[in-house]
Design a protein around this ligand. Structure first.
Ligand SMILES: *[C@@H]1O[C@H](CO)[C@@H](O)[C@H](O)[C@H]1NC(C)=O
Ligand SMILES: *[C@@H]1O[C@H](CO)[C@@H](O)[C@H](O)[C@H]1NC(C)=O
Ligand SMILES: *[C@@H]1O[C@H](CO)[C@@H](O)[C@H](O)[C@H]1NC(C)=O
Ligand SMILES: *[C@@H]1O[C@H](CO)[C@@H](O)[C@H](O)[C@H]1NC(C)=O
Ligand SMILES: *[C@@H]1O[C@H](CO)[C@@H](O)[C@H](O)[C@H]1NC(C)=O
Length: 403
């Protein structure tokens, strides 16, 4: 009796210790969209908890210190898989395997420090989001040798550097989002051909040398906002035939280089909001000679505008110069600019624009609210608006036209 009890005890301890090592799921809840599927006491592999019916969006909530081998394998009826707030510290190299039909895999709010080589390599997913993992600082070489992923978001972590050629084997990668890390440079080899959009906002970039983006043949969108960029090489964005949108807002640029965007004539959106340009030089945007949707120069402390500043632009839908320190606005500034829909000059220091109002207000809409316009000037504008020649042009002098 005693011996039997004793051996039963030993066996129980052995059994539980052995299985404990590999139990990934303990007190974890599974949701289909927002509906609870089940809360589990324990289990090793996700498919034990899945219903037979297809699941559109599966969320796994609860603490999972380790994703053991086989934790997420042989899943075939889930489209999106969200691992959310799991505080995962370790991921076994064989934790993910054979996910057929899973399009999106997302891991947010976990505690792992490293993405190890090979974890994601065999997954036929289209989108991988690894975000808000505030301890994540290291990505091993080979971590993303995946030929299927089209969108990779590796955001809001503490990555300072990435290994050379880390994205080279991602044959289908089109969108790369590294927003919110601590990167201080963009190694040129990141920008493999095929990429269409790259996001580097909220990093620690201070300069954009030539050669990083120059000549890239597929990039359409480059977001470098919210860094500390104070220097951009003249040739940084040259010969990029597909480039459409460049966001440089919230940086430390002090000069606009008229040589930027040489032979990149598809650029249609340029955001320079919140930089520190006192001057807008002659022909500042001469290389943007396609149909430009918008140029944003708001809150840039602009004071001095050169006479031919906007010469060379054929057509611009919106030129945004709001919230600067412009005192002098001259009809001449718009000469050489063929067509402009919306000119935003609100919140500057203009008392009255100089020159022929037919030229000053050549835009379809000109916004001059929140300027210290003097009474004479307001009268002059009103008189001009009554003229036949002002037809088709609206001038808004009110605060309510701020936007
Ligand atoms: C299970 O998890 C919930 C919420 O995550 C927690 O409130 C509860 O205390 C846990 N139960 C056990 C037995 O750990
Ligand atoms: C996963 O699927 C493979 C192939 O169908 C099978 O050999 C393996 O036993 C499965 N593993 C688990 C844990 O279900
Ligand atoms: C920019 O530089 C300043 C100091 O010059 C620093 O305090 C700030 O954190 C930096 N910002 C970024 C986004 O790196
Ligand atoms: C413009 O860029 C394309 C592609 O990089 C290149 O083939 C072409 O020679 C360039 N044209 C000029 C005028 O530099
Ligand atoms: C304004 O810019 C022009 C040309 O860039 C320069 O010649 C002029 O001195 C500047 N004026 C002021 C007041 O800074």
């Amino acid at each position: 009796m005693k011996i039997a009890q004793f051996s039963f005890c030993v066996i129980t301890i052995l059994v539980s210790e052995c299985s404990c090592q590999e139990i990934t799921y303990k007190n974890v809840t599974f949701f289909d969209n927002h509906m609870i599927i089940t809360t589990t006491h324990q289990g090793r592999s996700l498919q034990e908890f899945l219903p037979d019916d297809p699941v559109e969006s599966l969320t796994i909530l609860g603490t999972i210190p380790v994703l053991y081998k086989d934790a997420i394998i042989n899943v075939s009826n889930v489209r999106e898989l969200h691992l959310y707030n799991n505080k995962i510290e370790q991921i076994h190299p064989e934790a993910f395997k054979n996910l057929v039909g899973v399009e999106l895999l997302e891991m947010k709010y976990s505690d792992f420090i490293t993405i190890k080589k090979g974890i994601f390599n065999d997954l036929a997913i289209r989108k991988l989001i690894v975000a808000y993992n505030h301890q994540l600082e290291t990505v091993e070489e080979g971590a993303f040798d995946n030929p299927h992923i089209e969108t990779l978001e590796l955001t809001v972590s503490v990555i300072k550097t990435l290994p050379k050629n880390i994205f080279q084997k991602m044959a289908k990668l089109k969108t790369l989002d590294l927003t919110g890390n601590l990167l201080s440079s963009i190694p040129p080899e990141f920008l493999k051909l095929g990429l269409e959009s790259v996001y580097f906002s909220y990093n620690r970039l201070t300069s954009i040398p030539g050669g990083v983006f120059t000549g890239h043949q597929t990039l359409q969108e480059v977001n470098l906002a919210d860094n500390n960029v104070s220097l951009i090489d003249s040739s940084a964005f040259d010969h990029m035939l597909q480039l459409k949108s460049v966001n440089l807002a919230h940086n430390k640029l002090t000069t606009i280089d008229p040589e930027w965007f040489y032979n990149s004539s598809s650029v249609t959106r340029l955001n320079l909001h919140r930089n520190f340009f006192e001057d807008i030089p002659d022909e500042a945007f001469k290389n943007l000679h396609g149909e430009v949707e918008k140029i944003v120069l708001s809150e840039c402390r602009v004071k001095n505008i050169s006479c031919g500043a906007f010469k060379g632009i054929k057509m611009v839908r919106s030129l945004d110069l709001r919230m600067n320190e412009i005192e002098k606005w001259d009809a001449g500034f718009l000469t050489g600019l063929k067509e402009i829909r919306s000119l935003m000059l609100s919140a500057n220091k203009i008392k009255c624009p100089d020159g022929d109002f037919n030229d000053v207000f050549k835009a379809e809409y000109t916004y001059v609210g929140l300027n210290p316009l003097d009474v004479d000037c307001l009268e002059k504008i009103e008189d001009w608006m009554k003229l036949e020649s002002s037809k088709g042009h609206v001038v808004c002098t009110e605060e309510s036209c701020f936007d």
